[in-house]
Design a protein around this ligand. Structure first.
Ligand SMILES: [Zn+2]
Length: 418
């Protein structure tokens, strides 16, 4: 797909194909009065000043701000059922322990693959409307070989039918199935489920909930070792509920990411910095559960690349909006608007192994971008709880608003052919 986006008042993007640590997390390339040329779905050229000659379709940004499409590196978007009663119970003061996951497991097991696709599709489309063009989706509400595979098949089908990029993660180690002894399920994970998921190419990563009341550090180490052996990338749900040493494990294994980290220890932060592991912070969950926010400033100061995600799920974070997460990160974690933009683009892309393909606006990368109805990127977190995504382009196609035919169509031959 070829496209010219012109009349860009401010084009703000991180630079590079890998994470930017420490003070560099706050560095953006800013261009004014800019244009961007897309050829065959990729960015071909970015310039400033006069609109170039281009005979293909063109989108006038009208002086608005353009950033890379947002990347959500942590969601549980495929599930059945609702946990609104937990939400109501928390309003009465009950504390989150993670036990509600099994409610979602029951509903998800009872649903067919088709039903899971039909439920998740509108959720993902809402994320797209909010500016998110790449989404990681974890399994983990099946907790049996057949039900986990069913979830991952649903993710694959969703990815085929949507204009966004979906990254599947196998998270059979999200909880323990009620019908099996713990050791037996762990044997199943290591000896059957991980090899089958890897063999069928159903997931790119394997994630383990390593926390109090869930998988111990030793159990997580064994599961992740099996995942690595079968070619899966490693992720850890780390130290969300208590400082159990999960971040230390993520560093030890050079995991691509350690996620949550509300209770990460000082040693854990050092381990992540040494390994270059991306910290995926999920302030939506802290907001919903009324828990302390993860220590973003300590992580950045230690040289850990910080990414931001929604943790979209029916229990601890029914939050689909990355822009809301950016607001929380600025207000509650004291990150700068520059740092949160890098966190939800380039660093989030690195956390899902795609920093060479998405996460910044540079020639060669996929043409995923958002035209915000603002003058500057600082206003994205500033106008809290609003949807300011005026237009979303994914792979060079205008996908939001969906009246694509509203774009003037050019001749078949355009400057990309030169
Ligand atoms: Zn999660």
């Amino acid at each position: 797909m070829d496209l010219l986006v012109y009349g860009i008042g401010q084009l703000a993007s991180p630079v590079g194909w890998e994470p930017r640590r420490g003070p560099a997390q706050g560095e953006l390339s800013i261009r004014r009065d800019a244009y961007l040329v897309v050829c065959e779905g990729r960015i071909a050229e970015i310039g400033e000043g006069r609109r170039p000659r281009f005979s293909g379709p063109a989108l006038d940004a009208g002086g608005r701000c353009v950033t890379p499409g947002l990347v959500d590196p942590h969601t549980h978007a495929v599930f059945a059922g609702s946990r609104v009663q937990e939400f109501v119970a928390r309003a009465r003061g009950e504390r989150y322990t993670g036990s509600g996951i099994l409610n979602t497991v029951g509903a998800t097991r009872a649903a067919s693959e088709e039903e899971l696709v039909a439920l998740a599709r509108p959720r993902l489309l809402r994320m797209l409307e909010l500016g998110t063009t790449t989404v990681e989706v974890k399994s983990g509400y099946g907790l049996s070989p057949a039900d986990e595979v069913k979830m991952l098949h649903a993710v694959r089908r969703l990815g085929e039918g949507l204009p966004m990029t979906l990254v599947p993660t196998f998270m059979g180690a999200h909880a323990f199935p009620p019908e099996l002894p713990r050791e037996e399920y762990e044997r199943l994970l290591v000896e059957e489920m991980i090899p089958a998921v890897a063999r069928d190419g159903l997931a790119r990563f394997c994630d383990v909930f390593c926390d109090e009341g869930f998988y111990t550090v030793d159990e997580a180490r064994a599961i992740l070792a099996a995942a690595r052996e079968h070619g899966l990338g490693l992720k850890v749900h780390a130290d969300e509920l208590a400082p159990v040493g999960a971040a230390e494990l993520a560093g030890e294994l050079s995991a691509v990411s350690a996620e949550h980290l509300l209770h990460v220890s000082r040693e854990g932060i050092q381990a992540l910095a040494r390994a270059g592991t991306v910290a995926v912070l999920l302030p939506g969950a802290a907001f919903v559960l009324d828990e302390p926010y993860p220590p973003a400033r300590d992580l950045i100061a230690a040289g850990v690349p910080v990414a931001l995600g929604t943790d979209f799920n029916p229990g601890s974070s029914p939050v689909a909006s990355l822009p809301l997460v950016l607001s929380l990160a600025v207000l509650k974690m004291k990150m700068s608007p520059e740092e949160v933009l890098v966190g939800a683009t380039l660093h989030a892309a690195a956390a899902v192994g795609l920093a060479d393909k998405v996460g910044s606006l540079e020639p060669g990368k996929r043409a995923d971008l958002v035209v915000w109805d603002t003058e500057s990127y600082e206003e994205i977190p500033y106008w809290i709880g609003q949807n300011l995504a005026w237009a979303v382009v994914a792979g060079g196609r205008l996908v939001v608003p969906s009246h694509v035919e509203g774009l003037p169509r050019g001749a078949e031959e355009d400057r990309c052919a030169d």
